[in-house]
Structure formats: structure tokens, C-alpha cells
Design a protein around this ligand. Structure first.
Ligand SMILES: Cc1ncc(COP(=O)(O)O)c(C=O)c1O
Length: 292
């Protein structure tokens, strides 16, 4: 198991509403609706060779999240500048940036107190361990994330259900928890998308199953098609996952990581050559295509 996605250090500087300030001194209002009501959205962006990757796709998703949440975003140019400043100000070789926009200091009532500006935070962390390959174990979680819920497909700051799921998995000595939807199908993990390989076909649940449309997920599907690897978006049962020849998770920081067991059942019996090929292709391709 590796923790590729664990930031080793938080940046000394944060970008708060366009200003670069020492992280230890940065403050937001106690009236902030992100804090009081979870009214906020976020994106995690990473760099390759110091350049933020797939920013346009991340901003496009942030617009969808913000529209669903009724949050007014600052102009894209300001969001891009915040990401770039967070990377530059901290000087890490590779950076992950949590870009968060909340409803601003409008207080807890259903409607904000007057017309408040959103709060924008670009918090950098060091992204180390970017060349290893990972193997993780997973368990299916006992709760359902419903495909018809208001937050389906949205990336809100209120990630408490994902945190609860992750802690539940870790308490059972697994690295990851897998969610199921109202139909009982497996959808994704607590911070990444799920793929399996069956009969040589790379399969992943459809967005309509109720999952975050991952930037990495979409690009991995595109890369597989470009390499003539057969792909299929379709519902997956727990048995489909446990019976797969390979299984893997994708996210901005994980890239692609093999799942070697689910609920204690070992996945496949021949290693994970397809996952290895996906990851090798990704690492050749992604750094050369900063905004695909
Ligand atoms: C619930 C969930 N699913 C999937 C993903 C993967 O998305 P991306 O590839 O855009 O990082 C994430 C990333 O944070 C996530 O939180």
C-alpha cells in the first residue's frame, strides 16, 4: 500500500481571496457559509513538472458544482491565478492545490445576509511520491449514496460522508471503501473512481449510477480508446468487482492504483498488467498534455 495521495507538507502560503498570505495567519469569517452550512465547492488540481494539469476540466466541473449549489464563482481568470500563485508561492517540486469557493460570510440562515462575495481559498500541499505504483485493498461500505440525491455528481466541501466511509474502511484494515447506489450497484470509492477489467475490457460505472465524473476517469477512458483498449461504461455489481481480473481506482493524485482485494476476496490471479499499462501510458502522456 502506498499513500501517493497524502500531502507531505501544507504550503507555507495560501491564496485567500486573491491575496498570498502566510497560511498560519490566514483567517476567514465565522459567518462563512462554507463553515456553517457546508455551502462550498472544491477541486483538487495537481501539477506535472510544476505546471497545473487539466485546469480547464477542473474549472468546468467546478462550474457545474457551483451551479448545483447556487454559489457564484469568481471569474475563471482569478481562479487560475489563485492555483498558479499557490504553486509558485510555496516552491514545491510538485504541488496539489485544493481550490475551494464558499458562499462567503453570509451567516447561517437559508438565505445569505445581503449580497456577500464568495470566499476563495487555494491551499497548496506538497505532492511527493509521484513515481511509485500502488496497490490498495478495499471493502464495500454499509451505506448507500443515492444516484438521485441533490449532491450527485457535485464536489461539495461537505465531504463528511466520504470521510466517514474512509474511516470505516480503515477501521477494518482496508485502504479504501466502495460506495453502492440505491440499486445496489458499486459506484466509486471515497475519493476516487472505480474501474474493473473483465475479459480484457476496461469497465467503469456510468455517471448516471451516481458518482463524481472524475477528470482522471474521463481521461483514462479517452486514453484507453486512443490505445484501442476496449472500454465499457455500465453498471457493476459487487460480484462483478470481486470476480474481475483486475480492479483499479483513479483520481488526480492517485492517477491509477490497483485494488488487490475487495472484502477480503483477492482480485484476479495474474497481477495487474492492464493497470500497469494504464499508469505507464498516463505518466508518459499527462506531463506532455497540461490542459487536455
Ligand atoms: C468521490 C470522488 N470520486 C472521484 C474522484 C476523482 O476525481 P478526479 O479524477 O477529478 O480527481 C474524487 C476526487 O477527489 C472524489 O472525491
Amino acid at each position: 500500500m502506498v499513500h501517493q495521495d497524502r500531502p507531505n507538507r501544507t504550503g507555507e502560503y495560501v491564496v485567500l481571496d486573491g491575496e498570498i498570505v502566510p497560511t498560519s495567519e490566514a483567517r476567514i469569517s465565522v459567518l462563512d457559509r462554507g463553515l456553517l452550512r457546508g455551502e462550498g465547492v472544491f477541486e483538487t488540481v495537481r501539477t506535472y513538472s510544476g505546471t497545473p494539469f487539466a485546469v480547464s476540466r477542473h474549472l468546468a466541473r467546478m462550474h457545474l458544482s457551483a451551479a448545483a449549489a447556487g454559489i457564484r464563482l469568481p471569474p475563471d481568470a482569478d481562479l487560475v491565478a489563485a492555483i498558479e500563485d499557490a504553486c509558485r508561492a510555496n516552491g514545491f517540486a510538485e504541488t496539489r492545490v485544493h481550490l475551494t469557493v464558499t458562499g462567503g460570510p453570509g451567516g447561517p440562515a437559508p438565505d445569505p445576509m445581503g449580497d456577500v462575495d464568495p470566499t476563495t481559498i487555494a491551499l497548496a500541499g506538497e505532492l511527493r511520491d509521484t513515481t511509485g505504483t500502488g496497490e490498495v485493498t478495499a471493502v464495500t461500505l454499509p451505506w448507500v449514496r443515492h444516484e438521485g440525491a441533490a449532491l450527485t455528481g457535485v464536489k461539495p466541501t461537505s465531504y463528511l460522508d466520504h470521510l466517514i466511509g474512509h474511516k470505516w474502511a480503515q477501521a477494518r484494515d482496508a485502504d479504501e471503501g466502495l460506495w453502492r447506489n440505491g440499486a445496489g450497484d458499486v459506484t466509486e470509492a471515497t475519493g476516487s473512481n472505480l474501474f474493473v477489467v473483465r475479459d480484457g475490457v476496461v469497465m467503469t460505472p456510468p455517471v448516471s449510477a451516481g458518482l463524481l465524473p472524475g477528470v482522471t476517469r474521463d481521461l483514462v477512458l479517452e486514453r484507453c480508446r486512443a490505445r484501442s483498449v476496449p472500454v465499457l461504461e455500465g453498471p457493476l455489481t459487487v460480484d462483478d468487482v470481486r470476480g474481475a481480473s483486475e480492479c483499479f481506482l483513479t483520481s488526480t493524485t492517485k492517477e491509477a492504483v490497483a485494488v488487490v482485494s475487495v472484502d477480503g476476496v483477492v482480485i484476479g490471479d495474474a497481477g495487474h498488467p492492464v493497470v500497469d499499462a494504464v499508469l505507464a501510458d498516463w505518466r508518459r502522456w499527462a506531463p506532455r498534455h497540461p490542459d487536455p
